[in-house]
Ligand binder design. Structure first.
Ligand code: ADP
Ligand code: MG
Length: 678
């Protein structure tokens, strides 16, 4: 018999039929380890089943019983469904131990479940007339002639389906495989398991005696995944830092003049960040730093400082923004503050020709643009610093592309999306972090209120009051319709209505379908207070900075994510006036209301991010491909701060003890493979 190691091809196991090997391969399960890594998605405790429900609780139940009736039916003459009645074998005469199961449009099901079958069913019951019904329950027909120790009288693993392999068969396969000894292998071995046996942990994941054991073991495997992730991140960081970087930022005269020219003092958090960045610039190691801070916390002015330091050292700086509006806004801000200091600033965006803008006397010292900066037309003579705004909108590859131009520049990444600390460690674990955890003084408070179907007349009255005292406002509509075109026209319709309601004031429109020039025109008229109210889709989300605007009404607020609402709200509260954010909702969804209540309670972005994480889970919060987390197996554990920190620490220890991982060739191989993929 073959040696049972992790990379043993499944085709070499007699246990598995060639057809099954094919089916498994379709699901990307090729070798023994792949199969063992096919973890249960849930468990059923089939030592004791739930009682047949008599009322709806919203919780799923797991029942065992006998099929006593079945029928194929039609719904309103069209939709076909198959229905069976399952009766509990329990001795309770009091409860109605019957439940109806229905499956729609699955015509072959009557061949799988029929009268006389004993079944285990799992699903959420609902009430229908006098009956309890489960639509599309998961089910398994009990066969007591074989394998009851695998499928019954124990905690049973329920796996994700592999097409071509019945659920019971898959469970039996895993039972066999897990039952073999020798599941300890050296290759890629991590220090995560410590004194625990990895083989035993695998057994506990697949066929646990107790749920606690399964949980404990899963956590161990999650820790292993996170450990490997941290090892890669720290490895990358180690590589990056070992490259020769630039020593710059020694002279600070220009920076001092800049700070003296500002009408305000930097906040302590800004000063701290400038210090941290200065130290990085001066170090011969390349900088790779994340500047994290809520909207309006003053990140731009920190970045400006960094760029000035580099300019004074005789090199160029580039600032990359995620949208054209934002790039243009940055350009205006930079020109306003830096031109008086004699610094040459240029704007490069997709829609504008380089020649229009790079015609300044001499090379520009600071170049601002969108991702167009990455492609062709801009040739930097000597790029010393790259600042990337709103990192989460860029893929990692884009980041490295700009960085590849010339000798490695220092890199500063800015994000206004407050990310819980644990996620930062994972997503940006190769970066050093500076945090702006303090807003500049003299900002008016933002009062946020959720309103259920507010009356138009009330909203209008409130807006007129604020406009009457000289303020401006936003009215935001979300993605009510699928297409941007439809959405734009609905926002257009709203503009007409608001124009009538807010007579005497100018109402403008901003949406994603507008040409960049049109957008810029509307924005500049809003900035100049020629437009008092901006009706907008979410394009106002980033970068709009009009301190005089103090009201925001968000319609269908429940449709936005928490983070997005927080970003939107960040457009107000930028000036000294008290600001108001009205979250209008139809109030139908409880979850939606809970979300909006969080915003009523706090304006602290980090707290909101934490709440978002618990509300939606890490997978949702991070999004998919962009975050580079899409192939993680244990995403749900990202919310487990203790676990993430433990993984980080284990990885740090491993590298401190053995920086090149020479003693663990298996680990080193894994890490190197992942770098190549990236
Ligand atoms: P962010 O980029 O973090 O959203 P900005 O750098 O654009 O924030 O700053 C937001 C607003 O606050 C700007 O209008 C800016 O002029 C102002 N600002 C920045 N730093 C300070 C400060 N230390 N004191 C007062 N106002 C500040
Ligand atoms: Mg440096």
């Amino acid at each position: 018999m073959n040696e049972w190691n992790s990379s043993l091809p499944l085709s070499s196991l007699e246990l598995i039929e060639p057809k099954e090997v094919e089916a498994l391969a379709e699901a990307n399960v090729h070798v023994l380890e792949d199969l063992l890594n096919w973890f249960p998605r849930r468990y059923e405790d089939r030592r004791r089943f739930d009682a047949f429900p008599v009322q709806v609780t919203g919780e799923p139940v797991c029942l065992r019983g006998m099929v006593v009736d079945s029928a194929r039916k039609r719904f309103g003459g069209r939709r076909q469904f198959y229905e069976v009645v399952v009766e509990g074998s329990g001795d309770s005469l009091l409860s109605t131990s019957r439940i109806t199961c229905r499956w729609f449009n699955m015509p072959y099901l009557h061949r799988m479940v029929a009268v006389g079958h004993e079944v285990v069913i799992y699903g959420k019951p609902k009430e229908q007339g006098s009956r309890m019904v489960i639509d599309h329950p998961e089910f398994e027909v009990v066969q007591d002639d074989e394998g009851s120790s695998v499928h019954l009288e124990r905690i049973v693993p329920i796996y994700r389906n592999i097409s071509g392999i019945p659920a019971r068969r898959l469970r039996e396969l895993l039972y066999e495989v897990v039952g073999r000894h020798e599941l300890e292998w050296g290759e890629g071995r991590s220090p995560v398991f410590g004194d625990c046996s990895r083989g035993e942990m695998l057994r506990d994941v697949h066929f646990p005696d107790e749920m606690d054991k399964a949980r404990f073991a899963r956590r161990k495997f999650a820790l292993e995944e996170f450990f490997l992730l941290q090892l890669r991140v720290l490895w990358r960081r180690q590589r990056f830092r070992s490259q020769p970087g630039r020593i710059q930022g020694r002279k600070t005269g220009l920076l001092r003049s800049f700070h003296e020219s500002l009408p305000f003092d930097l906040t302590d958090a800004q000063k701290r960040s400038v210090h941290e960045i200065t130290a990085d610039l001066r170090s011969e190691r390349p900088m790779n730093r994340l500047l994290q801070g809520d909207v309006g916390s003053g990140k731009t002015f920190v970045a400006m400082g960094a760029m000035i330091l580099v300019v004074e050292s005789g090199s160029q700086s580039a600032l990359m923004a995620p949208t054209q509006i934002l790039a243009e806004q940055h350009y205006l801000t930079f020109s306003k503050w830096l031109s008086p200091l004699g610094i040459r600033v240029a704007l490069v965006t997709g829609s504008r020709k380089e020649s229009d803008h790079l015609d300044l006397e001499g090379d520009p010292q600071i170049v601002i643009g969108t991702h167009a900066l990455l492609y062709d037309n801009v040739n930097f003579t000597d790029l010393g610093l790259v600042v990337i705004d709103e990192q989460h909108k860029f893929g990692v590859t884009q980041r490295s592309k700009l960085i590849q131009q010339g000798t490695i520049p220092d890199v500063l990444v800015m994000t206004a999306t407050p990310i819980p600390r644990t996620l930062t460690l994972t997503m940006y674990g190769d970066l050093d972090v500076s945090v702006l955890d303090e807003l500049p003084a003299g900002r008016g408070k933002i009062i946020t209120g959720m309103r259920q179907k507010p009356k138009v007349s009330d909203v209008t009255k409130f807006l007129r009051e604020q406009l009457g005292s000289g303020r401006q406002g936003y009215i935001v509509y979300p993605l009510v319709e699928e297409s941007e075109a439809v959405r734009a026209s609905s926002a257009k319709g709203e503009v007409e209505k608001w124009t009538k309601r807010l007579r005497d004031y100018e109402v403008g429109l901003l949406h994603g379908k507008m040409k960049p020039e049109e957008k810029e025109e509307v924005m500049s008229r809003f900035r100049d207070n020629e437009i008092q109210v901006l009706v907008a889709t979410t394009v106002v989300e980033v970068g709009v900075d009009v301190p005089n605007a103090n009201v925001m009404v968000i319609y269908n607020a429940e449709r936005f994510g928490l983070a997005q609402l927080h970003q939107l709200r960040g457009r107000i509260g930028r000036g000294p006036h008290q600001s108001y954010c009205i979250l209008a909702t139809d109030g139908k969804s409880e979850e939606g209301k809970r979300k909006l209540q969080i915003l009523e309670k706090t304006t602290d972005g980090f707290r909101i991010a934490e709440e978002d994480l618990t509300l939606r889970g890490p997978g949702e919060v991070l999004g998919t491909a962009q975050s580079g987390m899409s192939d993680m197996r244990f995403v749900e554990f990202l919310a487990d701060a203790g676990l993430v920190r433990e993984a980080r620490q284990l990885a740090e220890e491993a590298l401190a003890h053995d920086p090149e991982l020479e003693e663990s060739p298996g680990l080193r191989k894994r890490v190197e493979e992942s770098q190549r993929d990236a």
